[in-house]
Design a protein around this ligand. Structure first.
Ligand SMILES: [Zn+2]
Length: 279
């Protein structure tokens, strides 16, 4: 979204400045978008979102944050977040992508700024996302910018999917920009130091593009998440794995996703001695 707004270029560098927000990883300098994604650098994305939100659209700094967050929220929602997707199954949840009105109601008009909401930049704070929405975001990136409403029923009789499941939903981000995101996601999994390396299927010549996550949990240990798609250049599967109370996403969720992708793409799971894989 920051690329779409033109406030960040693929080669933009930000420092891993831990005075802004803690970075859980010790890593090389995030001197471009790919390196920042590969290392899941919290301070980098704090600064990316700050550049996207605070754009000097109003001389009043509170109003500036308000305008910027409103535009940010609309763009995020174009990825199928913060609303029901319209799945052919009951009890779907909306999740939450907070709007300026949301903070106005809780904190008062012009009583909050970017420093109040920066946790959103690293997917924390008030953000609520369902597992299905997360997988759908990965499918959207895999498709380079659009998704079909997820559906369980592929067709009835000889008919294909219902018309509403054949319609492409394009995001507010130009389809040409996704190519700047995907190499970093491949490095998350494929590179030795990548945070999702335990999902790697490099031994089968398959490149997996993914992103780890660690969900803060007020009730106990953090939840581990890993979301991915594969093969990176010709995607066939998108997946989101959440494992409750198991800590950092790369350790438990990534290998589970790797096994499921392997089963889906190869029709079997090879018995290997790969760390984290038990067959
Ligand atoms: Zn960092």
């Amino acid at each position: 979204m920051a690329l779409q707004l033109g406030v960040v270029k693929p080669y933009t560098a930000f420092d891993c400045n831990q005075k802004l927000v803690k970075c859980t990883h010790d890593h090389e300098r995030p001197s471009n978008v790919s390196i920042a994604i590969k290392n899941s650098c919290n301070p980098y994305f704090y600064q990316v979102m700050r550049a996207a939100v605070l754009r000097g659209q109003s001389p009043n700094r509170f109003e500036d944050a308000r305008l910027g967050l409103g535009q940010w929220q609309k763009m995020v929602k174009s990825f199928g977040l913060g609303e029901k997707l319209g799945v052919d199954m009951s009890q779907e949840k909306r999740g939450l992508i907070p709007s300026p009105d949301y903070y106005d109601k809780r904190l008062g008009h012009h009583r909050w700024n970017y420093k109040t909401v920066y946790s959103l930049s690293i997917g924390q704070g008030e953000i609520g996302i369902t597992g299905l929405q997360m997988a759908n975001v990965l499918a959207t990136i895999a498709n380079r910018g659009y998704y079909y409403t997820p559906h369980f029923v592929r067709g009835i009789g000889n008919g294909g999917p219902l018309p509403e499941y054949q319609q492409r939903h394009y995001t507010a981000v130009d389809t040409t920009l996704f190519k700047y995101i995907i190499p970093g996601m491949q490095q998350v999994v494929d590179s030795k130091g990548g945070t999702g390396n335990l999902a790697s299927l490099a031994q089968f010549g398959i490149s997996v593009a993914g992103k780890t996550g660690t969900v803060q949990n007020p009730h106990g240990f953090d939840h581990a998440t890993f979301a991915a798609f594969a093969p990176a250049q010709d995607p066939k599967i998108a997946i989101a794995v959440f494992i409750e109370n198991s800590g950092f996403g790369g350790v438990s969720a990534a290998p589970a996703a790797g096994l499921m992708i392997e089963q889906y793409l190869r029709g079997k799971v090879a018995p290997t001695a790969k760390p984290g894989k038990t067959g």
